[in-house]
Every structure is written in C-alpha cells, then in structure tokens.
Write a new protein. Structure first.
Length: 255
C-alpha cells in the first residue's frame, strides 16, 4: 500500500510538471498574495524505531493528513505552521510481560508471561518550518529547502491485551504525550493557476528524545503504555495543493 501511494504521487507530480509548461503560466512570477492555505497527504516511512517489543524496527508506515498555513515574505523566505492527523494500528506479541495474575495474588516473585496486544493509537502533529526558495524571482517551478520542528502528540491509546495464563485486559489512555522531532525538508512548488499551486516534499525527521536500545528504553512491563510507538528517524513524502490569498502587495512579472 505504501509503495503504491508513493508511486501514484510520483506520477501525479510528473503530470503537474507537464501542465506547468502551459504558456499561459510559464513566465516568471512573484507572490502577489502573502498567505497560502495548504492541504496534503503524507506517507510516512520509519526506518528505525522502538515498537514496545524490545529493539524491533517500528512498522509505523501510515498516511498522515495535514493542513497548513504559510506566510511568504517579500524576499525568498517563508514560514509555515499547521496540523497533521494519523492513526496507527498493530498487533504485538510480548514474551516477557509481567503477569497481572501474579500481581493480584501477591506472589513474592512476579512470574512472566506471554502477552498478545492489539494496539490502536491516534496522533496529532504540529509542524513549524522556515523555508528558503532557491530561485529569485520565483518561477512556475520553485525548489526550496526548509528547517523546522514537528511536535508529535499521542492523544488516544487503546489496548486489548490477552495473556497466556490469565484473563484479558482492556485499557485506554487519553492524556497527551509529546515527542519532538527536528525536521529537514526539501521540496518543489509548481504553479498551476494564478492562485493555485501543487507541491511535493521530502522530509527527514530525527527524534530529539532518543531512547534507543543502549539509552535505557522504557520496558513494557514497567508501563504498558510506554515505548510502544517511538519512531526515531522517519522519512515523509508529502503531496499537497495550496491556495494563495490575502491583499495583493506586488505584481507578477507576467502582468
């Protein structure tokens, strides 16, 4: 599913680049309106992370839906903030989980057991980026580079836990838990019409709260909700459409 989505986005970008050769919008242009409202979808690929089962690579490959607001300065700089949303589901088998039956019976030595866990989590992401456009004046095809941060917030966690030696448990947690990422991004904007543009972005995220193996990751039998989905390094492929608005402050070169 993930490879298919990336492939379709690549085809869509090629078609947009072809459309950008339309002579009506081919001439150089400058942003006449300072604000841009952007909606997009972003396949996320985590190639190193902790999933609650010790040191396994996290399989958190999901689609994020995002909404952003960008402000373009007179020069080649812009600043953007927004909100993203995605859900995560997975099944785990944890071998050395603490047996709740042993805890309830008050045994001096708490026995371990095998736990089968169905996990569902809901996330919000709040990104902030500062971007620098590489071409001046900005053209129909505008490459740029960006630096910023993403604050990933777990807003809801639900677990169905089945044990090998005692009754199953169902747990919920809805307190907000933050993970902060440093993010470096490169992308290209393609102007389609006077106020509409498309963009394709590639972002690299690094978790600033590194609890990888060797750095004392939180064990599952200490807190059933700790350490489940902690992607440390992540690639994001983001495709979106933008609409420019606001009071005009200049004229495009085509005018």
């Amino acid at each position: 599913m993930m490879k298919r989505t990336v492939f379709l986005l690549a085809i869509l970008l090629c078609s947009l680049l072809a459309q950008a050769q339309n002579p009506v919008i081919k001439s150089n242009w400058q942003d006449a309106k300072p604000f841009e409202l952007r909606v997009g979808i972003a396949p996320m690929l985590n190639y190193y992370g902790l999933d609650g089962t010790s040191t396994n690579t996290d399989p958190l490959n999901e689609l994020m839906y995002n909404l952003g607001l960008k402000y373009n300065f007179f020069n080649q700089l812009s600043i953007e903030s927004g909100i993203g949303f995605f859900r995560y589901r997975n099944d785990y088998t944890f071998v050395n989980a603490t047996s709740p039956c042993g805890l309830q019976s008050g045994l001096p030595q708490i026995p371990s057991t095998t736990a089968f866990i169905q996990l569902k989590e809901t996330y919000l992401i709040f990104p902030v980026y500062v971007s620098y456009y590489l071409l001046r004046p900005r053209r129909v095809v505008n490459p740029y580079i960006s630096l910023g941060f993403r604050n990933q917030v777990t807003i809801y966690t639900h677990q169905n836990i089945e044990f090998a030696d005692c009754a199953p448990l169902e747990r919920e947690r809805n307190d907000w838990r933050n993970q902060v990422y440093f993010s470096a991004m490169t992308g290209v904007d393609v102007r389609l019409k006077q106020n509409i543009s498309a963009s394709l972005r590639f972002a690299f995220d690094q978790n600033l709260q590194d609890v990888r193996p060797g750095n004392s990751p939180p064990p599952l039998n200490y807190d059933p909700f700790a350490g489940f989905v902690i992607p440390f390094r992540r690639l994001t492929f983001d495709f979106g459409l933008s609409y420019a608005f606001g009071k005009k402050r200049g004229r495009s070169e085509s005018e």
